[in-house]
Write a protein that binds this ligand. Sequence first.
Ligand code: PLP
Length: 394
Amino acid sequence: MINENYLKLKESYLFSTIAKKVGDYSKTYPEKRITRLGIGDVTRPLAPVVVEAIGKAVLEMGKAETFRGYGEEQGYLFLRKAICEYYAKRSVMLNEDEVFISDGAKSDLGNILDIFSAANTVQIPDPVYPVYVDTNIMAGRSITYINGNIENNFLPMPDRKNKADIIYLCSPNNPTGSLYSKEELKAWVDYALENDAVILFDSAYEIFVRNENYPRSIFEIEGAVECAIEFCSFSKTAGFTGTRCGYTIIPKKLKRNSIALNGMWLRRQTTKFNGVPYIVQRGAEAVFTDAGQVQIKEAIDYYLENANIIANTLTELGIWYTGGKNSPYIWMKCPKNMLSWDFFDQLLEKTGVVGTPGAGFGNMGEGFFRLSAFGSKENVLYGMEKFREYGGTL
Ligand code: PLP
């Protein structure tokens, strides 16, 4: 027997369709420049301190005296300590055994479902990072959607009529770039506590939050240690999308049916996962050194400047959008109420600019379009020049 839930998954044609359309365009107009403003991957290289730490760790692995085999179960203490110190700077006090190192947030976001009953009801914002939806479909869970729209600035709030056991929140959000305030997250935490629900909080883009009034971790909110798990990653923080390292925080106080979820996750991980390479964990540790923090800030500044250029252009053109500040994503309304794919086609045809159709992120994404700040500044400037040039006719 196979897991028939897989048959319920919708094929993901988003990025393959984009690639095909762009390929056809280049064949038709080989002389035209293509400006990619749709990419969700980072482009700035690893910070020099990270490269140095990785290099040093490689040499250690080559000598019998410093060679390491299997690492510590939850990840090396040096890295978990560095993560706790990072959170302590924002007055979030964690214990090292509340931190679990992994090969990235995507794996943990999918695997965490192992410790929850398939009978749970899940609440997922729409539009959304598709992994939350697909992993729950694979597990056969029933999903209710909480709608993002212009009225709520793509920041859906709890609906007290709608009960859920598991709630996904992502802030700053992919794809919308929206960011929950402390008061809004407090409302979610209160709702979760009232309903015995667990919030799965994805903070993969926390490093982009520059406005000190906004939370970067769910644990900045009172009561969250009793109802939330946080997933974060070095992917966007420090360019680790190809290097692979992330972490998940499960407070010891988080219990359901009197059972600590921290212990269940430890059991799950020690049974099914043998850890992240020592070499990579040393690289991740270097991110938290003073030099590391300065160096990663340079790359984030670079992306934020791109985001600002895009946001300012859209403001100038009178186009509605969210994000672009405290986030590498800009989520714009397609002009003239166009559908996402129609706008994609028209934008490509007229300007050579490639973005991501919002419809690819859920039903509520229809009519919207995601632009990303991860490209080169030169490309962003050129793309925005094209937006201005065609602004009125887009
Ligand atoms: N969460 C969100 C919202 C993301 O956009 C991404 C990557 O794009 C991830 C998690 C996954 O990150 P990782 O590379 O750590 O698996």
